[in-house]
Structure formats: C-alpha cells, structure tokens
Design a protein around this ligand. Sequence first.
Ligand SMILES: [Zn+2]
Length: 217
Amino acid sequence: MLYLHDEVSDFSQQVLRTDVAGMPLEWIDYRDAVRLYYLGQVAYTCGSPLFRIHGGFSALSRQQSCIEVNSIVATVGRSPEVAELMDCYVPPLNNKTLFRRDSNLCLYCGLHFPVRDLTRDHVRPLSRGGGDAWNNVVTACRRCNNHKGGHTPEQAGMQLIAVPFTPTYAEYIYLKGRRVLADQMEFLMAHIPRTSPLHQRLASSLFRSGQATQSHK
Ligand SMILES: [Zn+2]
C-alpha cells in the first residue's frame, strides 16, 4: 500500500536525488526512490517525508516492511570525475528549460506569457553568426520576436531586460523540476552561487511568477 504525506498532493511529486556529498543529480519518481531503498543505495535523506510504502510481511519477524520516501534522497557513491564534469557541464538547450530560466517572461517587453505564446530568440541572429547556445538565446513573445526579425537588439532598437546565461548543473536540475517543494528549493539554492543570475531573478519581484501577467491582446 502506498500513502501520501501532507506535503504532497499526488504520486507524481518528484524526489530530488543527490550523491553522497549532497550534489544534486536528478529528479526521480517514487518508484525509482523505492528501488534505491531496496537496493541499499540510500546513504541518508533530507527534507520531509513524501510517501510511505508498506510491503509484504517478513516470514521471520512477522513485521511488515515499510519504506518512507523523503523529498531529498542522497545515494551512495561519488566519483571525482563526475564532480569535475559538472564544473564544465553545459546543459542541453531546449525551450522548456529556457523559458523557465527566464521565468516565462519576454526579455524584450518584460511581460509574462503562457508557454504557447513564447519563442526562442537568438540575440545575435543565426544569420549573423550568432550561436544556438544558452548565452545567445532568450525567451521572447511572438510579437517582439517578429519585430526584431533578423536583427540584433541594437539594430532593432530593442533592449534586453536581463542577460542570457548558461545554467550550471545545479541550476539546470532546478529548472527541470516540475513542482519544486520548498525544502527541495532551499537545498538546490544552497548549491547555486549567490552571484548566479538565477538567484537574483528569483529574488527580484520582476521575475517572481505572477507579478507581470499582462499579455499583448
Ligand atoms: Zn515581448
């Protein structure tokens, strides 16, 4: 039997997996988490309990097995190469995480849009030698993207409200999270340097979701 704790509303809530040193690695679902418990891969847990799973009764002890899955699960093992790789890691670029990096705001007009109305804009257009890379792409609404066309912001007389940046590994994990719980957020933020633009964006009222909800009509 599977039970939910108060902190979660359904079984789709993701669990944050870290290595033994607490480096965030990935999001997993409760099934993966239970598997890690059974395999003895869990070194320790942080955060709050999300799920409780009751299994079969032991023939020896007559006790029912029970696993409590926390919001953050640290697993055994840490290879120095992985840590080194993470230092120079460049996350794959996709619109979903790009829009989340920019908090669903058009970085030209500063308004908030639903995902379907957002586009990926190349600050220096591809036709002018710009790259399809994190530090050259921003979230833009359709109207601003059309207006800018194949020009640079200067040529189009437009100004960016924030500078594009390449997320670090920990930032990318945060951006990929579907519904990040408060304790998971706190944990991830501790791995993101205070100088990170993401920190500043999350702290800034401009980027706080729901602050700017106008859209072009
Ligand atoms: Zn716009």
